[in-house]
Design a protein around this ligand. Structure first.
Ligand code: ADP
Length: 246
């Protein structure tokens, strides 16, 4: 299987501190991957590099069947190329309904000209309903986003990201602050999304990672320390030492 995203030998130094150190990573087109690692391991910087927010000092980031270099694109171009990022805190429009939030997301991502040309239509209303169903919010369509639970807001934001049909979704700590029931629904949602696209989940919560039941990449000091099933990586003595503290 060829990779959808192929990151090879990237490094990034901030003020003399090597936050990313010759890191290589690849993910296939329909794959769920958890990225774990202690604070300061470089997880955020890694995602910043993939999404074009930060440029590496060296290395390659190649994307898609034609192995396009993401290093030649800016953040907006990378988003349009099919990479969506969900930050830890949900950023939805609290005063707007779920339907309005999703409609806005359909309108927004394609570039300034498209926003001007965009008009609501039967097709867009159907797509909004479809997006809401995909993230389990069909019943909540007329509700104000501000009234939703924390978990529902997270799902709404994922629905908004899906509006631009990303091929790779980067999701930062989706389970943080969620109830047990919400975490279970989030697990199901992420696993389902990864049937048709690549999903990278950065997560601290090992119990949640276990539920995801996917390949895990452990970062430490800006490099990949171990990769494999959660059982495999948590048996690795280096991982036990640096991450689990045992
Ligand atoms: P993680 O997300 O795994 O906690 P980060 O990628 O946020 O790790 O950070 C990795 C290291 O790089 C940390 O030591 C952090 O202090 C440093 N770092 C990240 N961004 C910057 C920056 N803009 N300037 C200076 N140091 C940074």
């Amino acid at each position: 299987m060829s990779a959808l995203l192929e990151v090879s030998g990237i490094s990034k130094t901030f003020d003399g501190f090597r936050a990313i150190n010759n890191l290589s990573f690849s993910i296939g087109a329909a794959e769920l991957r958890a990225v774990i690692g202690p604070n300061g391991a470089g997880k955020t910087t890694f995602m910043d590099i993939v999404t074009g927010k930060t440029r590496p000092d060296e290395g390659q980031v190649l994307w898609g069947p034609n192995s396009q270099s993401l290093l030649k694109m800016n953040e907006a171009q990378i988003a349009r190329a099919g990479i969506g990022r969900k930050f830890q805190r949900p950023t939805v429009f609290e005063d707007q309904t779920v339907a309005e939030n999703l409609t806005m997301a359909l309108k927004a991502p394609r570039g300034p000209l498209d926003v001007l040309r965009w008009r609501p239509s039967a097709a867009s209303a159907a797509r909004v309903a479809e997006l809401a169903a995909e993230v389990g919010l069909s019943e909540a369509l007329p509700r104000r986003a501000g009234e939703l639970s924390h978990g529902q807001k997270q799902w709404l934001e994922i629905g908004m990201l899906l509006a631009s049909d990303p091929q790779l979704l980067l999701v930062d700590e989706p389970a943080a602050g969620m109830t047990l029931a919400e975490r279970e629904l989030t697990t199901t949602l992420l696993c389902r999304l990864a049937e048709t696209r690549a999903v990278v989940v950065v997560e601290h919560d090992m119990d949640f990672v276990r539920r995801l039941n996917c390949r895990v990449t452990v970062l430490h000091q800006g490099a990949v320390l171990a990769e494999g099933s959660l059982d495999h990586v948590t048996r690795n003595p280096d991982v036990i030492e640096v991450y689990l503290g045992r």
